[in-house]
Design a protein around this ligand. Structure first.
Ligand code: PEP
Length: 257
């Protein structure tokens, strides 16, 4: 099957492998396993304390991402990280609005929107997460929730900025639970997000924007997910912590090209 968009596989390490030694060890195992892959964009997002691995990744095909940022350049914002600090470390991608940020740290779509606009203004490539809770899915409200999150999270974004943004559809009930959305369930929501993109922008934008799936992506289920027309790779948590499983997932994405 031929993909129209370049798949992107992101490894969200969350609060794991945050020491320089642990991060380096993982990457030294991963780099040789994926070094020949050219047709998939590969991103890893370690904790802030391990972003020094930028120096190891410089001459590889793996891009570096961060897991969060604030929307100001500097100031009295204890504990926050500025996008300009990230730029100085040559970070390419930024994950925004992950459900753990939204649910544990009470980040609203309005806050994510401010961060998103700031990230784009400083040249960081955003990966922005949206997704519904289990209760919302069971109540048949998935589309309603996705539409509202989309409208609030991407409010005021130009067509050009939307083009640069990666959307990660991550049903919250599937994150870290071992419960994956079926490829059909995921593709249906991805298709719906493309319909929203057509309504909000145009057909070309809807065709250009990459939409990753996230939620218990593993080597054994990656193929059937990535083969779906509207799924452009994955945002991977648990399985991105081990070089072998992450490399296998990347290779499954490569096979769909
Ligand atoms: C994630 O952290 O974005 C994620 C999808 O985690 P997991 O793959 O562990 O479900």
């Amino acid at each position: 099957m031929k993909k129209v968009r370049t798949p992107i596989i992101g490894g969200n390490w969350k609060m794991h492998r945050g020491t320089p030694e642990k991060a380096r060890e993982m990457l030294e195992n991963l780099i040789p396993l994926v070094k020949d892959i050219e047709s998939v964009d590969i991103v890893i997002a370690p904790p802030f304390t391990a972003l020094g691995v930028a120096s190891i990744l410089k001459v590889t095909n793996i891009k570096l991402g961060a897991q969060n940022m604030y929307y100001e350049d500097e100031g009295a914002f204890t504990g926050e990280i500025s996008p300009t600090f990230l730029n100085a470390l040559e970070i390419d991608y930024i994950i925004l609005g992950h459900s753990e940020r939204r649910n544990i740290f009470n980040e609203s779509s309005e806050l994510v929107n401010k961060k998103l606009k700031k990230a784009l203004s400083v040249g960081l490539n955003p990966i922005v997460c949206i997704g519904e809770h289990l209760k919302e899915r069971e109540a048949g409200k998935t589309k309603e929730v996705i539409k509202k999150q989309f409208e609030n999270t991407f409010a005021g974004l130009s067509k050009e900025d939307m083009d640069k943004t990666v959307i990660a559809y991550e049903p919250i009930w599937a994150i870290g639970t071992g419960k994956t959305a079926t490829p059909e369930q995921a593709d249906e929501v991805h298709q719906y997000i493309r319909e929203i993109l057509i309504d909000s922008y145009d057909k070309k934008t809807a065709e250009n924007v990459r939409i990753q799936y996230g939620g218990s992506v593993k080597p054994h289920n990656a193929k059937e997910l990535f083969e779906k027309k509207n799924i452009d790779g994955g945002l991977v948590g648990g399985a991105s912590l081990e070089a072998k499983s992450f490399a296998q997932i990347i290779k499954e994405a490569e096979k769909t090209i």
